[in-house]
Design a protein around this ligand. Structure first.
Ligand code: SIN
Length: 347
């Protein structure tokens, strides 16, 4: 005697029966769904070390929005901000291992991984304005620098400004004598280390994410950064004095890994490039105002005295670090320096 077939199946049973039938129907081409409904969105993990309310943080957020809009949700940028997942010490390895797809390290951090030519951006007083910087980053020299990153399996996608750096400590830093013996936190650039030594300070390389705490604990006594980084890292709570030296530039290169990039269709590469270019243009537009806003907030907070060097003090600081250009010329590469001077229309 055969068992009666139940008339009503519960949901689980209905699915169990329905799914193989649907799969068969898709396989036979009898049913179709838009590909986007079936495929997982492509995740692009973008790591950086700064706060969101900075030129880089805001440009990366803009990129994320543009990619989501323009790909109709097919691509998703997941942002790991503020050294939350990868920091200065491991983000480049993470990119090479395929643990993240995009980074925007400061230009000063490429020397350590085999690109000393990027340290030309760290030369003190090389640039007077951001327009000067753009003569390099927007021209053939910038394109060559990005292309050179292929040596290590990276694809250089573009440059982004932060701005000019200023010196901070628990005393004003108006003259070279003020730097004497001070332990100053620096990025991994040899040019920046040489600049601090020329001023009489002791450079101490530390990751950006560890800097505020190192200042609080007096492991280091001072540092240099653009105002937006100084403010958003809360350095004004651990540094009593900021001197507006504007002695050198800080900017970024946005990079991805060749393996990831080549896995994309030409259409997706174009979409990402265009979204990134728009985001970088936006970042460059707001960089100046973000730094000015940070200065206003800093003055309002009232925890840090802000000092302006006089013209004579500026000149002395400038003359003191000029030796770095010669000292580090061989490391950066004389041809790169010559080309940079040509782009800047300097003798
Ligand atoms: C950054 O702006 O990405 C960090 C700069 C620094 O390490 O000082």
């Amino acid at each position: 005697m055969s068992m009666p077939v139940p008339i009503r199946l519960n949901l689980r049973m209905r699915l169990r029966h329905a799914l193989p039938l649907m799969a068969l129907a898709f396989g036979m081409g009898l049913l179709s769904l838009p590909a986007a409904a079936l495929a997982e969105p492509l995740k692009i993990r973008f790591a950086h070390v700064v706060a969101q309310d900075t030129p880089k943080g805001l440009a990366v957020e803009r990129f994320k929005t543009l990619v989501a809009e323009r790909s109709g949700g097919r691509m998703v940028v997941e942002v790991y901000a503020g050294s939350s997942v990868y920091g200065d010490l491991d983000e480049m390895q993470a990119l090479q291992a395929g643990a993240v797809e995009m980074l925007a390290p400061s230009l000063s951090k490429f020397g350590r991984v085999g690109f000393p030519e990027f340290e030309l951006f760290d030369l003190p007083y090389l640039f007077d304005t951001l327009q000067d910087v753009h003569r390099i980053t927007d021209g053939p020299l910038g394109a060559r620098l990005l292309k050179s990153l292929e040596r290590q399996g990276m694809v250089g996608l573009g440059f982004l400004d932060n701005g000019f750096k200023h010196m901070s400590a628990n005393r004003p830093l108006l003259r070279p004598a003020d730097f004497s013996g001070l332990r100053m936190r620096v990025q991994t650039s040899r040019v920046i280390a040489a600049q601090m030594r020329a001023l009489g300070a002791v450079p101490v390389q530390l990751p950006f994410g560890a800097t505020r705490q190192a200042l609080a604990r007096q492991v280091v006594q001072g540092t240099e950064n653009p105002l937006s980084n100084f403010w958003t890292q809360g350095m004004h709570r651990v540094q009593s004095d900021l001197t507006l030296t504007g002695h050198a530039y800080l900017g970024y290169a946005v990079v991805t890994g060749q393996r990831f990039w080549r896995s994309l269709s030409p259409g997706d590469q174009r979409l990402l490039r265009e979204a990134l270019n728009d985001a970088l243009r936006y970042g460059n537009q707001i960089a100046d105002s973000q730094n000015s806003k940070a200065l206003v907030s800093l003055r309002q907070a009232g925890t840090t005295a802000v000092h302006e060097p006089s013209a004579a003090q500026r000149q002395l600081l400038r003359d003191t670090v000029q030796t770095v250009h010669q000292q580090l010329g061989q490391r950066i590469g004389p041809q790169w320096i010559q080309d940079a001077h040509a782009a800047l229309h300097r003798p």
